[in-house]
Design a protein around this ligand. Structure first.
Ligand SMILES: Cc1cc2nc3c(=O)[nH]c(=O)nc-3n(C[C@H](O)[C@H](O)[C@H](O)COP(=O)(O)O)c2cc1C
Length: 209
Protein backbone atom coordinates (compact mmCIF):
# COMPACT_ATOMS: atom_id res chain seq x y z
CA UNK A 1 0.00 0.00 0.00
CA UNK A 2 1.20 3.46 -0.88
CA UNK A 3 0.54 6.96 0.45
CA UNK A 4 1.11 9.97 -1.81
CA UNK A 5 2.33 13.04 0.10
CA UNK A 6 1.73 16.29 -1.79
CA UNK A 7 3.91 19.25 -0.80
CA UNK A 8 2.00 22.44 -1.63
CA UNK A 9 4.81 24.83 -0.70
CA UNK A 10 7.05 26.64 -3.18
CA UNK A 11 9.92 25.36 -1.02
CA UNK A 12 10.86 21.83 -1.99
CA UNK A 13 12.48 21.11 1.38
CA UNK A 14 10.82 23.70 3.60
CA UNK A 15 8.69 23.34 6.69
CA UNK A 16 5.74 21.78 4.87
CA UNK A 17 7.99 19.07 3.47
CA UNK A 18 9.58 18.43 6.87
CA UNK A 19 6.18 18.04 8.55
CA UNK A 20 5.08 15.63 5.82
CA UNK A 21 8.42 13.83 6.09
CA UNK A 22 7.77 13.12 9.76
CA UNK A 23 4.43 11.51 8.91
CA UNK A 24 6.11 9.59 6.07
CA UNK A 25 8.69 8.16 8.50
CA UNK A 26 5.86 6.82 10.67
CA UNK A 27 4.07 5.36 7.65
CA UNK A 28 7.23 3.61 6.48
CA UNK A 29 7.84 2.22 9.97
CA UNK A 30 4.40 0.63 9.67
CA UNK A 31 5.29 -0.96 6.32
CA UNK A 32 3.47 1.57 4.13
CA UNK A 33 5.26 2.81 1.00
CA UNK A 34 5.45 6.59 0.54
CA UNK A 35 5.88 8.83 -2.48
CA UNK A 36 6.33 12.62 -2.44
CA UNK A 37 4.91 14.99 -5.03
CA UNK A 38 6.05 18.64 -5.01
CA UNK A 39 3.74 21.06 -6.81
CA UNK A 40 6.74 23.25 -7.67
CA UNK A 41 7.64 26.92 -7.47
CA UNK A 42 6.06 28.10 -10.74
CA UNK A 43 2.63 29.78 -10.74
CA UNK A 44 -0.19 27.26 -11.17
CA UNK A 45 -3.21 28.60 -13.02
CA UNK A 46 -6.62 28.34 -11.43
CA UNK A 47 -9.62 26.46 -12.85
CA UNK A 48 -11.09 28.27 -15.87
CA UNK A 49 -14.42 26.40 -15.54
CA UNK A 50 -14.19 25.32 -19.19
CA UNK A 51 -15.68 21.91 -18.44
CA UNK A 52 -13.04 20.26 -20.61
CA UNK A 53 -12.32 17.68 -17.93
CA UNK A 54 -15.92 16.42 -17.76
CA UNK A 55 -15.43 13.70 -20.36
CA UNK A 56 -11.73 12.98 -19.96
CA UNK A 57 -11.23 13.43 -16.18
CA UNK A 58 -8.06 15.29 -17.16
CA UNK A 59 -7.38 19.02 -16.96
CA UNK A 60 -6.93 20.80 -20.31
CA UNK A 61 -3.94 22.66 -18.83
CA UNK A 62 -0.96 20.30 -18.96
CA UNK A 63 1.06 20.90 -15.83
CA UNK A 64 1.72 19.48 -12.36
CA UNK A 65 -2.00 18.78 -11.86
CA UNK A 66 -2.18 16.02 -14.48
CA UNK A 67 1.18 14.61 -13.42
CA UNK A 68 -0.08 14.34 -9.87
CA UNK A 69 -3.43 12.88 -10.98
CA UNK A 70 -1.61 9.96 -12.65
CA UNK A 71 0.31 9.27 -9.42
CA UNK A 72 -2.83 9.70 -7.30
CA UNK A 73 -4.58 6.98 -9.29
CA UNK A 74 -1.89 4.53 -8.08
CA UNK A 75 -2.02 5.61 -4.42
CA UNK A 76 -4.09 4.16 -1.57
CA UNK A 77 -4.04 7.22 0.71
CA UNK A 78 -3.03 10.87 0.71
CA UNK A 79 -1.47 13.62 2.79
CA UNK A 80 -1.82 17.11 1.34
CA UNK A 81 0.43 19.72 2.98
CA UNK A 82 0.33 23.49 2.60
CA UNK A 83 2.03 26.50 4.15
CA UNK A 84 -0.41 29.01 5.62
CA UNK A 85 -0.68 32.24 3.60
CA UNK A 86 -2.95 34.94 5.04
CA UNK A 87 -4.70 32.45 7.31
CA UNK A 88 -5.56 30.03 4.49
CA UNK A 89 -3.86 27.50 2.23
CA UNK A 90 -1.30 28.98 -0.22
CA UNK A 91 -2.91 30.35 -3.40
CA UNK A 92 -0.86 28.16 -5.76
CA UNK A 93 -1.89 25.11 -3.76
CA UNK A 94 -5.58 26.08 -3.91
CA UNK A 95 -5.39 26.44 -7.70
CA UNK A 96 -3.70 23.05 -7.86
CA UNK A 97 -6.29 21.39 -5.62
CA UNK A 98 -9.29 22.97 -7.38
CA UNK A 99 -8.16 21.59 -10.71
CA UNK A 100 -7.01 18.22 -9.35
CA UNK A 101 -10.28 17.47 -7.61
CA UNK A 102 -12.52 19.06 -10.26
CA UNK A 103 -10.89 17.02 -13.04
CA UNK A 104 -10.55 13.61 -11.41
CA UNK A 105 -12.17 13.94 -7.98
CA UNK A 106 -15.38 12.48 -9.32
CA UNK A 107 -14.01 9.81 -11.62
CA UNK A 108 -14.86 7.12 -9.10
CA UNK A 109 -11.37 5.70 -8.84
CA UNK A 110 -8.64 8.28 -8.16
CA UNK A 111 -9.82 9.41 -4.72
CA UNK A 112 -13.03 7.64 -3.73
CA UNK A 113 -12.81 5.81 -0.39
CA UNK A 114 -9.07 6.43 -0.09
CA UNK A 115 -8.17 8.01 3.28
CA UNK A 116 -6.69 11.50 3.35
CA UNK A 117 -5.51 14.20 5.71
CA UNK A 118 -4.48 17.83 5.37
CA UNK A 119 -1.36 19.27 7.01
CA UNK A 120 -0.85 23.01 7.58
CA UNK A 121 2.37 24.78 8.55
CA UNK A 122 2.58 28.39 9.70
CA UNK A 123 4.79 30.89 11.46
CA UNK A 124 2.07 31.71 13.98
CA UNK A 125 -1.62 31.66 12.98
CA UNK A 126 -4.19 30.48 10.46
CA UNK A 127 -3.66 26.71 10.53
CA UNK A 128 -7.20 25.75 11.54
CA UNK A 129 -8.76 27.87 8.79
CA UNK A 130 -6.32 26.38 6.26
CA UNK A 131 -7.12 22.83 7.42
CA UNK A 132 -10.87 23.47 7.20
CA UNK A 133 -10.44 24.62 3.61
CA UNK A 134 -8.32 21.64 2.50
CA UNK A 135 -10.61 19.13 4.20
CA UNK A 136 -13.41 20.35 1.92
CA UNK A 137 -11.84 18.54 -1.04
CA UNK A 138 -11.98 15.21 0.78
CA UNK A 139 -15.48 15.78 2.09
CA UNK A 140 -17.09 15.68 -1.34
CA UNK A 141 -14.91 12.93 -2.78
CA UNK A 142 -16.06 10.27 -0.30
CA UNK A 143 -12.64 10.10 1.34
CA UNK A 144 -12.31 9.06 5.00
CA UNK A 145 -10.46 11.87 6.79
CA UNK A 146 -7.67 10.70 9.09
CA UNK A 147 -7.10 12.55 12.35
CA UNK A 148 -4.23 12.71 14.83
CA UNK A 149 -3.61 13.53 18.51
CA UNK A 150 -4.09 17.24 17.69
CA UNK A 151 -5.11 19.14 14.54
CA UNK A 152 -2.55 18.43 11.83
CA UNK A 153 -0.48 21.58 12.20
CA UNK A 154 3.10 22.53 12.95
CA UNK A 155 4.87 25.85 13.43
CA UNK A 156 8.00 27.41 11.99
CA UNK A 157 8.98 30.35 9.83
CA UNK A 158 12.25 29.77 8.00
CA UNK A 159 12.91 26.35 6.46
CA UNK A 160 13.79 23.81 9.12
CA UNK A 161 12.32 25.68 12.10
CA UNK A 162 9.31 23.37 12.17
CA UNK A 163 11.49 20.56 13.50
CA UNK A 164 11.73 22.51 16.78
CA UNK A 165 7.96 22.22 17.25
CA UNK A 166 7.94 19.09 19.41
CA UNK A 167 4.17 18.73 19.63
CA UNK A 168 3.73 19.46 15.93
CA UNK A 169 6.24 16.76 15.00
CA UNK A 170 4.59 14.31 17.41
CA UNK A 171 1.23 15.09 15.80
CA UNK A 172 2.73 14.20 12.40
CA UNK A 173 4.10 10.90 13.73
CA UNK A 174 0.69 10.00 15.14
CA UNK A 175 -0.97 11.06 11.88
CA UNK A 176 1.27 8.67 9.94
CA UNK A 177 0.53 5.85 12.38
CA UNK A 178 -3.22 6.50 12.23
CA UNK A 179 -3.17 6.56 8.44
CA UNK A 180 -1.28 3.25 8.37
CA UNK A 181 -3.79 1.70 10.79
CA UNK A 182 -6.77 2.81 8.71
CA UNK A 183 -5.21 1.58 5.48
CA UNK A 184 -4.68 -1.85 7.06
CA UNK A 185 -8.28 -1.88 8.33
CA UNK A 186 -9.56 -1.04 4.85
CA UNK A 187 -7.42 -3.78 3.33
CA UNK A 188 -8.62 -6.29 5.93
CA UNK A 189 -12.22 -5.32 5.23
CA UNK A 190 -11.75 -5.73 1.49
CA UNK A 191 -10.09 -9.15 1.98
CA UNK A 192 -13.03 -10.34 4.05
CA UNK A 193 -15.58 -9.26 1.44
CA UNK A 194 -16.77 -5.87 2.67
CA UNK A 195 -17.88 -4.13 -0.51
CA UNK A 196 -17.78 -0.37 -1.09
CA UNK A 197 -21.15 1.29 -0.48
CA UNK A 198 -23.43 2.19 -3.38
CA UNK A 199 -23.50 5.87 -4.26
CA UNK A 200 -26.83 7.46 -5.23
CA UNK A 201 -26.40 10.23 -7.80
CA UNK A 202 -29.91 10.81 -9.13
CA UNK A 203 -30.49 14.10 -7.28
CA UNK A 204 -28.63 17.25 -8.23
CA UNK A 205 -30.43 20.36 -7.04
CA UNK A 206 -29.02 23.71 -8.12
CA UNK A 207 -31.39 25.73 -5.85
CA UNK A 208 -32.90 27.94 -8.56
CA UNK A 209 -34.54 25.28 -10.71
C1 LIG B 1 2.65 35.21 1.39
C2 LIG B 1 2.85 34.63 2.76
C3 LIG B 1 1.83 34.69 3.69
C4 LIG B 1 1.98 34.12 4.95
N1 LIG B 1 0.94 34.18 5.82
C5 LIG B 1 1.06 33.59 7.04
C6 LIG B 1 -0.04 33.60 7.95
O1 LIG B 1 -1.15 34.06 7.66
N2 LIG B 1 0.15 33.05 9.18
C7 LIG B 1 1.36 32.53 9.56
O2 LIG B 1 1.48 32.11 10.69
N3 LIG B 1 2.40 32.45 8.70
C8 LIG B 1 2.28 32.98 7.46
N4 LIG B 1 3.32 32.89 6.56
C9 LIG B 1 4.55 32.14 6.96
C10 LIG B 1 4.58 30.70 6.40
O3 LIG B 1 3.36 30.03 6.59
C11 LIG B 1 5.68 29.91 7.12
O4 LIG B 1 6.92 30.57 6.93
C12 LIG B 1 5.79 28.46 6.70
O5 LIG B 1 6.64 27.77 7.59
C13 LIG B 1 6.35 28.30 5.30
O6 LIG B 1 6.38 26.92 4.97
P1 LIG B 1 7.38 26.33 3.85
O7 LIG B 1 8.77 26.41 4.42
O8 LIG B 1 6.95 24.94 3.59
O9 LIG B 1 7.21 27.19 2.62
C14 LIG B 1 3.20 33.46 5.29
C15 LIG B 1 4.24 33.40 4.35
C16 LIG B 1 4.07 33.97 3.09
C17 LIG B 1 5.18 33.85 2.08
Amino acid sequence: MKVLLVNGSPHRVGNTYLALRKAADALEEQGIETEFFWIGAKPIGGCMACGGCAATHRCVMEDAVNTCAARAAQADGFLFGTPVYYAGPAGNFCSFMDRLFYSCGGDGSTFYFKPAAAVAVARRAGCTAALDRVNKYFGCAQMPIVSSSYWDMAFGRTSGEVEQDGEGMQTMTNLGRNMAWLLKCIQAGRSSGVALPECARSQRTNFIR
